[in-house]
Design a protein around this ligand. Structure first.
Ligand SMILES: [Zn+2]
Length: 679
């Protein structure tokens, strides 16, 4: 979803670890072990390495991953437990139609490698025939719609969201897409690595065609055809930096207007085939120039070439759920060549992750029975209140903001909704059809169920109890349309949250995460929405200018960080996240200073409360990347890599300098006039 602001890159994540409890003796439990610090680094020279170098050395990147950090650690600890849930469901004689039966059947179909190998790509042949029968532009649009009801998105994307300018209204949004490489930049950059990516992509397309029986020469020609089409699509795609502006991607119109703008695309046919309800208030077209470009391509690209393009995207999208030849080819390109992963994940992990997509809340319902405590929720609610109050105080004392804007900001802050743990109401899966297989058909049904569930919301009142993440996801988000912050059960674990830890570690850890999500309501994007979740300017002109100047400092700061020799962080693209990290730690710190523990000022294991707060912050981003994965992160992700989320954040925080006695001459020292100051 374009609008939801995640805490981190989402790995499909399933986690079960109950918070570490004190041992019977109680006293030997340490929420933080000072021996984990690496004293070969001075805190003022490289704070991230000082906190995390030893952890990183002890946690090498596993062969089936391209990066590894605290987030993955939580995932890994839990996958086995989720597997157990699925295995138990499969072994149970569950009632037909029940969630248990569906979870069990999904597992059985996904693990039945004998049947999967035997079937090859037979289960998808009917759809391939449908693509092959395309004879007109209308056929192309109709087939596109039927694929858009499942897991492949040729041509463009659609999703259901609240209207940016009327959050009470749920509408369909059309969005640019249809590319096989991660984004438009990959089609035009001329550095050696990107050229290699394009070469690898061509080989991959060729291999996919050969797997479905196409001869090598034709397969090679097909690859060139597809690269040609996608390069034209990339040319008319909006740049990722521009797309961060919610106003730049808001173009509400009626279907009739869309049809007039792009007459070569039969939209009525598309929506009929997609089975969306009537659009009483219109729909949003994120990038009109892209759709105008597609309108031209409808005529300039031959039907035969479109069929080639559709075939590849459909087979590639399905390949994870087909026989091993398809799975391995997909892995070789998407994971090995693009991200440097050496080895494919074990099958059971892939099945559990796919089940999370198809049956996420059915698994979540079981998950929270063992992985969530009401006490944690209580403690979280208190922290959220304290951190909200801290931002309220800071807003009042901001010298750069006018009183009228402050009043609006306070209003927005006071109405933020909070969700912790898991939804009050679980998703109803009764209409989802899952059986013993074929596996790929189960996944298709899962995707179609999800599409229909979303389309069904169009034109109906917003269900504010709904969650955009499953409870077993190690992540958090802010949703501007609901002005809400959401923390799934799975992130409420060490090193983020530990019921037995001192406040310093918790405020530095999950407190900074809470602050991060709250700040998203006030970052360069979030600040454009009012307290009701509507895109509406509530800032005075002067405040607007001052905010932009201050954000500019953060942009140049992050532009100057270059994690790979050849690649730097894109300060503009990562701005919202960097502001959220900076605002998050600032307000979490302020809230922490109100605690009895901070006031008492007692050191633990030789570290002051202030120091332990920053240790708590530094260690949540423990982790490392393979060079290819780092490159993908820098080229596609709105988040800065973990090390810079720590070092790039603390250098702006005066209390960090105080806590560690950082002075001029220390490598990370930044003079006060260079530091950012926003919230
Ligand atoms: Zn974020």
């Amino acid at each position: 979803m374009k609008k939801i602001h995640l805490l981190a890159i989402t790995f499909i994540t399933l986690t079960i670890v109950s918070c570490k409890k004190k041992t019977a003796e109680g006293d030997d439990y340490k929420a933080f072990d000072p021996a984990s610090l690496d004293s070969t680094y001075k805190p003022g020279d490289d704070f991230f390495e000082f906190i995390n170098a030893k952890w990183i050395a002890a946690h090498p990147i596993p062969a089936d991953k391209s990066s590894y950090g605290s987030f993955h650690m939580l995932d890994d600890n839990s996958l086995n437990t989720l597997r157990k849930t699925m295995e138990e469901a499969a072994a149970t004689k569950a009632e037909a139609g029940s969630n248990t039966k569906k979870v069990g059947d999904f597992w059985t179909s996904g693990m039945d490698t004998v049947a999967i190998e035997k079937a090859g790509y037979d289960p998808i042949k009917p759809t391939l025939e449908q693509i092959n029968a395309i004879a007109t532009t209308d056929d192309l649009i109709k087939t596109t719609a039927s694929l858009h009801r499942t897991f492949t998105f040729p041509l463009f994307l659609n999703f259901v969201t609240q209207d940016d300018k009327n959050s009470a209204d749920v509408i369909l949004t059309l969005w640019q897409g249809g590319l096989g490489l991660p984004n438009r930049d990959y089609y035009f950059l001329t550095d050696a690595k990107t050229q290699q990516n394009r070469q690898d992509y061509l080989t991959h397309i060729k291999n996919v065609f050969m797997l479905i029986g196409v001869d090598e020469a034709t397969a090679q020609a097909n690859a060139n055809t597809i690269m040609g089409i996608e390069t034209k699509m990339a040319e008319v795609s909006m740049k990722k930096e521009v797309m961060r502006d919610p106003n730049a991607v808001y173009h509400k119109m009626q279907v009739s207007e869309l049809s007039a703008m792009t007459p070569n695309i039969n939209w009525n046919l598309y929506f009929t085939e997609l089975k969306t309800p009537e659009f009483k208030t219109g729909l949003n077209v994120g990038q009109p120039d892209f759709f105008k470009g597609m309108n031209d391509l409808m005529k300039s690209v031959s039907i035969n070439d479109w069929k080639t393009y559709m075939t590849y995207h459909f087979v590639d999208g399905a390949s994870d759920y087909l026989s091993s030849a398809f799975v391995n080819e997909g892995f070789d390109f998407h994971s090995r060549k693009m991200n440097g992963v050496d080895q494919i994940k074990p099958r059971w992990k892939r099945v559990v992750e796919t089940a999370d997509f198809c049956l996420g809340e059915a698994l979540g319902e079981e998950y929270v029975k063992v992985a969530f405590s009401p006490e944690s929720k209580q403690r979280m609610l208190e922290m959220v209140d304290n951190i909200k109050a801290a931002l309220g105080e800071r807003i009042n004392t901001l010298e750069w903001m006018s009183d009228s804007t402050k009043l609006q900001a306070q209003k927005k802050l006071s109405t933020i909704m909070v969700k912790i743990g898991y939804p009050d109401k679980w998703r109803d899966y009764s209409k989802l059809q899952i059986d013993n297989g074929p596996y790929v058909i189960n996944v298709m049904h899962g995707a179609e169920f999800e599409a229909m569930r979303n389309f069904d919301k169009i034109g109906k009142p917003v269900d504010k109890t709904e969650w955009g993440m499953t409870p077993q996801t190690v992540n958090a988000y802010y949703n501007p349309s609901n002005n809400e912050i959401v923390f799934p059960a799975a992130i409420l674990q060490p090193p983020f949250f530990d019921a037995n830890a001192d406040d310093a570690l918790n405020y530095g850890g999950i407190g900074a995460v809470i602050g991060h999500e709250i700040t998203h309501g006030f970052d360069d994007q979030g600040r454009l929405y009012d307290e009701s979740g509507n895109l509406k300017l509530w800032w005075t002109e002067d405040d607007n200018t001052k905010f932009t100047q201050r954000a500019g400092v953060v942009i140049s700061q992050f532009n100057s960080y270059c994690p790979l020799d050849s690649l730097c962080i894109n300060g503009e693209y990562t701005l919202g996240e960097n502001i959220a990290d900076f605002g998050g730690i600032t307000i979490a710190y302020q809230a922490y200073t109100k605690t009895e523990e901070f006031k008492a000022g007692k050191s633990i294991d030789g570290f002051t409360p202030q120091q332990r707060f920053f240790i708590g912050f530094g260690r949540i981003w423990a982790g490392q990347y393979k060079p290819d994965a780092m490159r993908t992160q820098l080229m596609t992700n709105v988040h800065s890599p973990g090390k810079w989320r720590v070092n790039g954040t603390v250098v702006n925080v005066p209390q960090w300098y105080e806590a560690w006695g950082i002075k001029e001459g220390d490598k990370m020292y930044m003079s006060e006039d260079k530091r950012a100051m926003i919230w």
